[in-house]
Structure formats: C-alpha cells, structure tokens
Ligand binder design. Structure first.
Ligand code: AP5
Ligand code: MG
Length: 219
C-alpha cells in the first residue's frame, strides 16, 4: 500500500505515520526528517536545505524530488510506504506518480489530516523531537516519561529551529498556497480521504485505519 499523509505543519503527520507504520507494516518516509538528518550530519544536502527550512520555505523541487525518489527505491520500501511531508506541491506529486508508474505501482490513498490553526500553533510551540529517531513529543499532550529523553530510543529531545511563531506563520502560508492544491489533485482520482485531526492521538489513528479499510473494501 502506498499512502500519502497530507496536513498543515503540526497536523500530526509524523505522529500518525509512527502509529500507522506499526499497524500496517509499511516504511515511513518523511522528507523533513531526511533533511534534518542530513543537516545533523553536516552533508551537502543538509547545507542546501538549511536556509529554506529556517525561513519556512520549501526546499527547491529538484533537490527534494531527487532525495525522496532515491529513498523510495530502497528494499525496505518494497511492501509499501507512508509518505509524510512529500509531495508538497503539484510538481512533486506528478514526479512521484511518474516514478511509481515506472515500477508498476501507484499511490493508493492520500489522507488529509485536518486541524484548526489555533490547535496547530499550540502543538508546534510545545513540540519536542528526538535528535536520534525523530519521534515527536509534546510538553502537554504527550510528554516523555523522563524530561528531555526519548521514550523510544533514549535520544536527546530538542525543539526544532522552525518551531517559532514567525516561521510557523510562514510555513502555514506556504501550506495553504502550495500544498493545499494537492487536496484537489488527489480528490480528482478518488484517492483522497479527509480525517478530522483533533482529539486523542489514538482516536485519530483509529479514524484513519477505519477510513482506509472502508475505502479499501470499495476498491
Ligand atoms: P516537515 O518536517 O515536513 O514539517 P511540517 O510539514 O511543517 O510538519 P511538522 O513536522 O511540523 O508537523 P507534523 O504534521 O509532522 O506534526 P507532528 O506529528 O510532529 O518540513 C520541515 C521543512 O522541511 C519544511 O518547512 C521545508 O523547508 C522542508 N521540507 C520538508 N519536506 C519538503 C518537501 N516535500 N518539499 C520541499 N521542502 C520540504 O505533531 C506536532 C505536535 O503535536 C507534536 O508535539 C505532537 O506530539 C503533537 N500532537 C500530534 N497529534 C496530536 C493530537 N492528536 N493531540 C494533541 N497533540 C498532538
Ligand atoms: Mg513531521
């Protein structure tokens, strides 16, 4: 199964991808995580992405598309993927469709996790993520068992440089201008599923799984 998770910054794409990959046994590919890992290692890719990420702008398509299309050919992706944060505009979506078509595959579903702007702000300003495994935590809604330490791998938790009010505002603008048109893009081919993204993390996972099952049965 090939699933795209769509949603504004803070909608819970990373959180839900973590839960869904376990349930559905799929690989999780997050373009933002790939950039942050590259940045952490100080690679050329990381340095290229840094300035755009800090400003809340999209990294240019030629860099992003190449990085993700290379990643999806890895053996761990053969059984299917959950894509989180990619595609982010129509050009990326078309490039992804073409690459999967060459492998005689295609996107099955695009899940749009819908969350109000006020809630997005609360989530992003209170978020802490693991430097090692990228797992997201929240100081109020999902605090780690030990302050500053990841429950999953023991890695150090930190706040992302782009999780400040000014950059969050820019990221939201970019989402509505460039990524929101993908809702229409996937709706045209009947792949879109809209899920209400507010409530407990477990309830949202259950909503996504039951919507996926219902849509899969109709296929
Ligand atoms: P990226 O890393 O993709 O960031 P984003 O899209 O802005 O999304 P976030 O990771 O901020 O939010 P999320 O939806 O994953 O939420 P999370 O689960 O963490 O991109 C960063 C940058 O990289 C971009 O700005 C761009 O520069 C570049 N980039 C990446 N991909 C690109 C692409 N394809 N093209 C070009 N450039 C690209 O949850 C948020 C918080 O809320 C957490 O604290 C979590 O614990 C909490 N939370 C989650 N669910 C709930 C709930 N139900 N109730 C309460 N709290 C919750
Ligand atoms: Mg994320």
């Amino acid at each position: 199964m090939y699933i795209v998770l769509l949603g504004a910054p803070g909608a819970g794409k990373g959180t839900q991808a973590g839960a869904l990959t376990q349930e559905l046994k799929l690989a999780h590919i997050a373009s933002g995580d790939l950039f942050r890992q590259a940045l952490g290692k100080g690679t050329e890719l990381g340095l290229q992405a840094k300035a755009y990420m800090e400003k809340g702008q999209l990294v240019p398509n030629e860099i992003t598309i190449k990085m993700v299309l290379e990643r999806i050919t890895s053996p761990d992706c053969a059984a299917g993927i959950i894509l989180d944060g990619f595609p982010r505009n129509v050009e990326q979506a078309k490039a992804l469709d073409e690459a999967l078509k060459l492998q005689k595959k295609g996107i099955d579903y695009a899940v749009y996790i819908k969350v109000s702007e006020g809630e997005l702000l609360k989530r992003l300003t209170g978020r802490w993520i693991c430097r090692k495994c990228q797992a997201p935590f929240h100081e109020v809604s999902s605090p780690p068992k030990t302050k500053g330490k990841c429950d999953k791998c023991g890695g150090e938790l930190y706040q992302r440089a782009d999780d400040n009010t000014e950059t969050i505002k820019k990221r939201l603008e970019v989402f509505f201008a460039e990524t929101a048109p993908l809702i229409e893009y996937y709706s045209r081919t009947n792949k879109l599923m809209e899920v209400q993204g507010e409530g407990s993390m477990e309830d949202i996972s259950a909503r996504i799984i039951s919507a996926l099952r219902a849509k899969n049965q109709k296929k």
